[in-house]
Design a protein around this ligand. Structure first.
Ligand code: ANZ
Ligand code: ZN
Length: 870
């Protein structure tokens, strides 16, 4: 063991040991308990960022800990390699997305390796490679034949200048991100996964996921959005509409039907279309609605607008005539594309009715409360404790009674019916982009859409193409799209759209079980051996779509007989963000110029509080902008590589795990990193000075003196606490704090006698073992130096010796009426009565209770005694 802690050397040595031993290559071992630990795979954007490092370190700590529990641990890694950034980089640098992607993968792989992750690299999966996506295409053809995938028209953002379809995030304030042109909505044929057929199961099986954060399950539930309501049918007013007919609306609040004062329909609704024929203002309004983004978030915040169509419909219960409006807040893709508006009790209707001065009719009241339009929220949402009014025969009812009575009457006159529906839409997966998995369909004039036969898969994406931003290059490559129909042999055209990249990330976790399998998507035996994933770790930003799609795919694969479980991820850990301070100067135009923390020097007061900041290059002040998620836009990212290069992977890992619990945000701090490094140097120094005195004999059943007992107790207390912190709660930060406490004890412990040295040996061994999942390299080296032949990677997690925890005597704090009045020493085995008696006999207690009566004695075992007296 060298005197100096040199991470570069010991990390290289540990990593080559693991490589040579193939330490992390796993295979199925019947009878041995498995643990599948998976971190969300990265998009190969160029280099690792701090969020990746945090994610993969958390996963690695869990994987290594589980291995030390004696389990057969699978921890794989791969690349979510299709996607838009590669196309953008291609346009900018004139290099093919494939080349850019593969180069990034090479570099990022060396970065991941330098972190010392316990990954089975023989299972690496790269989603842009044909051996992966061919199985995605295979499943697509199967599902297409089953009708689980179908084709229909969908709405996309169309950039009329670039002549291309844009993703939602490429539309900024209604304009194309490159061209600046106003975006139009267009209807084009697309392929859809019928995820709605699984809506009920996706919802109900959330209840089985005990190992998922409640918050994530709630987000999924809301996204699936099961609602209980009714369809309500309004007859057309023949005179104003011009024809006989019926308008159907979906409502979750049929109980408020008596408060409906108008109806509103979407721009695409037949009633709007009909009105537009004779009314140019309506036609113009409809055109305006069709422009703009299709993103749902924008729909929620935009200003409510509409026009009266001049049409009326008949209220099914009162016979009143209600005006029909066309309104931009009514979505065509939801319910019936029409709403009965109840402005007194619905936020959107209230905003609309107030703007257009439409009647607002209150149909609910709380006892003793008058309706106040400015406080209408009181009447919306919270239905508990309200009763109906202004509702004729339905007056005086609570929500459920009003709901049931009104729906019963609607059903009786065939003008409505109870209905449950989901907010979840089918998943449109067609993308008019080049760098994605080709959709395996051939269009034949005679036979229609024909799935590519299995023996012609994969449909290979050419990799040497440089896109130019003007539509999909595949659509301009006859060598790609010209083909013959597999059914009739006539000339046909291959589909040139590619799949949403969420498709690849929906099943990669299953492919890892048998990544080289050539006879199918997964080898069912291997998949069922490893799945479901025991621990999945990733960012909260994937709480909805990725996790929902992966859960959906798991059920699709189950129904194909490929896996036998119902859910892919048993336990989920959503890690917090990595945040850092931001610094800026305000520019003349009001914009901000952001400076990287590395380029800023801080001035601190005596209490180390930052009082000002200046730029290193010019020495002039910069503003402090507060902590934010590390991002390019705020220029507050810290490159993990610079930290690894400067301090080594172990320091980096230790800092990440110590700075905060994994599900909380982690604030970057240079001093925190330095502190982590200092601690590792202390560990090293103690280990070095210990082993340079020669290795002691093993600790036998010796008589320990009181001081030695205290040391041994500290060792086993650290084991006990760290085991529950890591194993039960994933609180790596407090586990590390336990090791730090132990180190304080060990550094002060005497090392004169052989027994002292044996005890220190046990202590250092424990430090190495407890730190092994977190800082595996330094643990590897110290373990070796402590005289072990086997590597620490094959060692078991340490066991608590309960006898070492037993204390002969305890020191208890004594309070009188909550105020500290002294301490007593009692035998550890003392009963509650004995403790109380000792406390009452204490001279301070006697002094402070003189002249008053002791009313109560509260004993908190092991901690304190409080005497209540007055
Ligand atoms: C009357 C009413 C009264 C409503 C009230 C709400 C509160 P969720 O819960 O998301 O399922 N709605 C129905 N179809 C719509 C569409 N195509 N575009 C916009 N809004 C639509 O939403 C159901 C509610 O959303 C329905 O219940 C309807 O407004 C509205 F005090 O009907 B409600
Ligand atoms: Zn054909």
């Amino acid at each position: 063991m060298h005197e100096q802690y040199s991470p570069r050397d010991i990390e290289a040595a540990a990593q080559s040991h693991w490589d040579a031993q193939k330490s992390f290559v796993v295979s199925e071992q019947p009878g041995k308990e498995t643990f599948y630990c998976l971190s969300m795979f990265p998009y190969p954007s160029g280099k690792l960022h701090m969020g990746h490092v945090r994610n993969y370190t958390i996963g690695d700590v869990i994987a290594r800990y589980q291995r030390m529990q004696g389990k057969n641990v699978l921890q794989p890694m791969g690349w979510d390699a299709f996607g838009m950034p590669a196309e953008n980089a291609a346009m900018k640098n004139k290099v093919a997305p494939a080349k850019w992607t593969y180069e990034n993968i090479d570099y990022m792989k060396t970065q991941l390796k330098s972190l010392g992750l316990a990954i089975d690299w023989t299972r690496e999966v790269t989603t842009c490679k044909p051996d992966y996506y061919r199985w995605e295409q295979w499943l697509f053809t199967k599902l297409f034949e089953k009708g689980v995938i179908y084709r229909k028209n969908g709405t996309v953002n169309w950039d009329p200048v670039d002549q291309t379809v844009l993703a939602n995030e490429q539309v900024i304030d209604g304009r194309g991100w490159r061209s600046g042109a106003l975006i139009e909505k267009r209807e084009i044929p697309m392929y859809y996964f019928k995820i709605t057929a699984y809506a009920e199961e996706l919802l109900s099986s959330l209840d089985e996921l005990d190992g998922w954060p409640e918050q994530v399950k709630t987000m999924q539930r809301n996204w699936i959005g099961k609602s209980f309501g009714a369809d309500v049918v309004f007859d057309y007013d023949q005179a104003s509409v011009g024809i006989d007919g019926q308008l159907k609306v979906y409502t979750t609040r049929p109980d408020t039907l008596m408060g409906a004062t108008y109806v509103a329909v979407a721009a695409e609704h037949p009633l709007s279309q009909r009105a537009a024929e004779s009314n140019p203002a309506i036609a113009a309004f409809i055109a305006e609605c069709k422009a703009g983004s299709v993103a749902e978030a924008d729909m929620a915040t935009m200003e409510k607008k509409g026009l009266a169509t001049g049409q009326f419909v008949i209220h099914p219960l009162t016979g009143d005539k209600l005006p029909v409006f066309v309104a931009n807040y009514v979505l065509w893709g939801y319910g019936e594309g029409a709403v009965m508006a109840v402005p007194a009790h619905d936020e959107r209707d209230f905003e609309f009715a107030s703007k257009y001065e439409l009647p607002i009719k209150q149909v609910y009241a709380a006892e003793g409360k008058d309706y106040d339009a400015s406080q209408w929220q009181d009447w919306y949402g919270d239905k508990a404790g309200l009763t109906t009014l202004n509702s004729g025969k339905y007056d005086g009812k609570d929500f459920t009674a009003a709901f049931d009575a009104i729906v019963a009457d609607l059903e009786a006159c065939a003008h409505g019916a109870r209905k449950t529906q989901f907010r979840l839409r089918d998943w449109g997966i067609s993308r008019q982009r080049y760098w994605g998995c080709p959709i395996p369909i051939i269009h034949c004039d005679a036979c229609g859409d024909v799935p590519v036969p299995e023996d012609q898969l994969p449909v290979v994406l050419p990799e040497d193409v440089v896109p130019d931003g003007a539509g999909s290059p595949l659509a301009r490559m006859p060598e790609f799209y010209s083909c013959t129909c597999p059914k009739c042999g006539a000339a046909a055209k291959r589909e040139t759209d590619t799949m949403d990249t969420f498709v690849e990330s929906s099943w990669y976790y299953a492919r890892y079980a048998s990544p080289q399998y050539t006879a199918g998507m997964v080898d069912p035996a291997a998949a069922n051996h490893w799945l479901p994933v025991d621990q999945y770790i990733g960012g909260i930003e994937h709480a909805i779509l990725h996790l929902l799609y992966a859960r959906f795919f798991h059920k699709l694969m189950r129904d194909e007989g490929l896996v036998s479980s119902n859910e892919p991820f048993k336990n989920l850990l959503t890690q917090g963000m990595v945040v850092a301070e931001t610094y800026y100067r305000t520019l003349d135009n009001g914009g901000k110029d952001w400076f990287n923390p590395a380029d800023v020097e801080l001035e601190r007061d005596a209490k180390a509080k930052v009082i000002s900041a200046k730029l290193k290059t010019d020495g002039l002040p910069v503003e402090i902008g507060g902590t934010e998620k590390m991002s390019k836009s705020k220029n507050n990212g810290v490159d993990p590589q610079s930290m690894i290069d400067a301090y080594g992977a172990d320091t980096c890992r230790l800092f990440m795990m110590f700075a905060s619990p994994p599900d909380m945000s982690l604030e970057w701090s240079d001093s925190g990193v330095e502190g982590a490094n200092r601690f590792l140097r202390r560990v090293w120094r103690l280990a070095h000075s210990h082993v340079s005195g020669g290795l002691p004999s093993a600790l036998g059943k010796h008589e320990l003196n009181d001081g030695q007992k205290a040391v041994r107790r500290a060792i086993h207390l650290a084991i006990k606490q760290a085991s529950s912190d890591i194993g039960l709660h994933h609180k790596f930060n407090t586990a590390i704090a336990q090791v730090m406490t132990l180190m304080n004890v060990l550094e002060k412990a005497p090392s004169e006698t052989a027994l002292d040295r044996s005890l220190l040996h046990e202590g250092l061994q424990t430090v190495a073992l407890l730190l092994a999942p977190i800082t595996p390299h330094i643990s590897h080296e110290i373990w070796r130096s402590l005289g072990h032949n086997g590597a620490i990677i094959d060692a078991q997690w340490p066991q608590v010796d309960e006898s070492a925890l037993v204390q002969d005597s305890l020191t208890l704090v004594i309070q009188v009426n909550g105020k500290l009045r002294g301490q007593i020493e009692v035998p550890a085995s003392a009963s509650r009565e004995e403790v109380e008696a000792a406390a009452r006999a204490n001279e301070n207690v006697l002094r402070f209770t003189e002249g008053v009566t002791i009313r109560k004695v509260i004993v908190v075992p092991g901690k304190l005694v409080n005497i209540v007296a007055n």
